[in-house]
Design a protein around this ligand. Structure first.
Ligand SMILES: Cc1cc2nc3c(=O)[nH]c(=O)nc-3n(C[C@H](O)[C@H](O)[C@H](O)COP(=O)(O)O)c2cc1C
Length: 547
């Protein structure tokens, strides 16, 4: 199926990949008077299957966690220590269950759907995961590449590695990919952005699950897209005949033994492949602008040189929470409605924001080996002890002066009363911003009815010019990671969060007096006191495996 409202090239005159991705970025902005190009209404007949399977691939069933012996939730926010769980089939199952597994089954009469530990725009779940495992007595297929199937909580053996090429020690790897069509089905051209947000959420979810097990995760920036596609078998058209393509995103190393120092990644491509990918929709609509954005942002060289996460901030001060880490991870949900009245204390508000600061030993940003590029523009509605208004949360104080110079329309730049300047909160404007926040988030009430909402402001074009167009994807990943940190921190504070992918980018820029592309708002988020939708029945996630 083709899409006749589709113009041709993204920007025929654009010469460089960076120009092309900036053109895609601009073209996929929502504006109050014009939303990014999509379909008018959903075609339910082509709704994509949210679960990829590889027919014919041998299946390894992962055990479901029986009890919960995970440490207190503070470990997810860098506070406390725990003994690493030994690397077994059970702990591997727990790792996937707590990162990318199912979290609940939702039902209304005539309809059932699943939620997952990791959130996803529209619950469409474009992110797929592969484990690259070493040979172990408990792994019947031996060393190789295994696709994680969340509905079955199972691994599908996609590729057998030669024993000589297996990764050694107590480490394994996880590769993430995107099936862009899953998002494009609903969101049209803007879908590529959401897929990248979802990758960031999934990366942070992997890191949080590892923290609950006492394990560590590090991103491997040296993996180009072609190399990753080769490792994961994405470049084997014969295995994807008639099925939707998967694009490579990233590879991480998971270190299950807290004491060993990582060795260079030695993951060889498999020597034998199994299984064929299922087709997720019976028809598709082409979105050439997305294909061009994928091509423009292909990672052909390593990401930027890895740098140690700087020790910029004092020790973490996470929200006090009596939950275990598994409990907190499992209960994360997106709020669909807030009560519009409940507030939070300034202490809790700051504790939520504190979890977004990059620290060398704190999940999830210890897995992100690049300097922070995003800051938070906050719309504060109901925080006791803080005037309602617009605030800035600086994730790196070194950006304070550049931002102050860039904001041309900000009346104040003040450290709030009773607060040290070392706390990176600045007041930009006093006032009731509920209506503005609602409008800027595509008129969604959740941006106004909570305790605060925010836009994530990224140092944008200079980063792309310096690091190349593939860094556009990394900025969205970082935004997704911040979102995931906020989701868990909101739960720990007795609140609930929701990622907001629908927002009017330029409305936020205009209110700050930002011009050009140096800074761009990449993602919105909101936190508040949730109101449950009582029409929905919620059932445990894996009842179907226990029958
Ligand atoms: C990138 C992203 C964008 C999202 N955008 C919105 C949004 O604009 N409005 C909204 O109500 N929810 C939004 N959500 C929340 C999703 O709808 C939610 O994650 C999904 O329905 C799954 O539910 P769960 O988070 O409770 O598991 C977004 C989530 C993500 C990850």
């Amino acid at each position: 199926m083709t899409n006749d409202n589709e113009p041709g090239d993204l920007k025929p005159s654009a010469e460089t990949p960076v120009d092309k991705i900036i053109a895609y970025h601009d073209r996929t902005k929502h504006h109050p008077e014009r939303y990014a190009r999509g379909l008018n209404g959903l075609d339910w007949a082509t709704q994509p299957n949210p679960f990829r399977r590889f027919a014919g691939a041998p299946v390894v069933q992962l055990p479901l966690a029986g009890g919960d012996d995970t440490p207190a939730a503070a470990i997810l926010f860098g506070a406390g220590t725990t003994t690493p769980q030994p690397f077994t089939l059970g702990s591997l199952g727990m790792f996937f269950e707590l990162s990318l597994g199912l979290s609940a089954r939702k039902e209304i009469p005539g309809m059932t759907w699943y939620l997952r530990i990791n959130p996803s725009s529209g619950n469409l779940h474009p992110t797929e995961a592969y484990a690259i495992l070493p040979a172990r007595a408990w792994l019947p297929g031996g060393a190789g590449v295994y696709h994680y199937a969340p509905l079955e909580h199972a691994l599908e053996h996609r590729g057998r590695q030669s024993p000589a090429g297996k990764p050694g020690g107590d480490e394994f790897y996880v590769g993430l990919t995107s099936i862009i069509w899953r998002e494009a089905w609903k969101y049209g051209e803007r879908a590529f952005r959401y897929c990248q947000h979802d990758v960031g959420h999934a990366l942070a979810a992997l890191r949080h699950a590892a923290a609950a097990l006492g394990w560590r995760v590090e991103l491997l920036p040296e993996w180009t897209d072609a190399k990753l596609a080769g490792l994961l078998g994405l470049d084997r058209p014969e295995d994807f005949a008639g099925a939707e393509r998967e694009t490579p995103e990233l590879l991480v190393r998971v270190m299950t033994n807290g004491t060993t120092e990582p060795t260079p990644a030695t993951t060889d491509a498999p020597v034998e492949w199994f299984g064929s990918a299922n087709r997720l929709s019976r028809a598709h609509i082409a979105w050439p602008a997305i294909d061009q954005a994928i091509a423009a942002t292909e990672r052909t060289a390593p990401m930027a040189e890895k740098s140690a996460v700087p020790a910029l901030w004092p020790p973490p001060a996470p929200p006090a929470c009596a939950h275990s880490s598994a409990q907190l991870i499992r209960q994360r949900r997106s709020a669909v409605d807030f009560d519009g009245t409940t507030g939070i204390t300034r202490e809790k508000f700051l504790a939520i924001l504190d979890t977004t600061l990059p620290r060398p030993t704190m999940s999830p940003f210890d897995a992100w080996p690049f300097p922070p590029r995003l800051h938070l523009v906050l719309f504060v509605h109901r925080v006791t002890g803080l005037d309602p208004g617009m605030y800035l949360w600086l994730r790196d104080l070194a950006d304070e002066e550049p931002l102050r110079r860039a904001f041309h329309d900000v009346p104040d730049w003040e450290v709030p009363a009773d607060q040290s300047a070392a706390v990176p909160l600045r007041r930009l404007r006093r006032g009731d911003l509920r209506e503005f926040a609602r409008s800027a988030s595509c008129h969604q009430d959740i941006a106004a009815d909570g305790v605060f909402s925010l836009g994530m402001l990224a140092w944008f074009e200079p980063v792309l010019r310096e690091r190349g167009a593939a860094a556009w994807r990394e900025l969205f990943w970082e935004a997704g990671m911040i979102g995931q940190a906020l989701y868990l921190a909101a739960e720990a504070a007795g609140m609930r969060g929701t990622g907001i992918g629908c927002y009017f980018d330029d409305m936020v820029h205009q209110t700050l007096g930002l011009t050009g592309h140096d800074w761009q708002s990449l993602y919105h988020f909101t936190v508040g006191c949730p109101v449950e939708d009582l029409r929905l029945r919620t059932a445990p996630p894996y009842e179907h495996l226990k029958l």
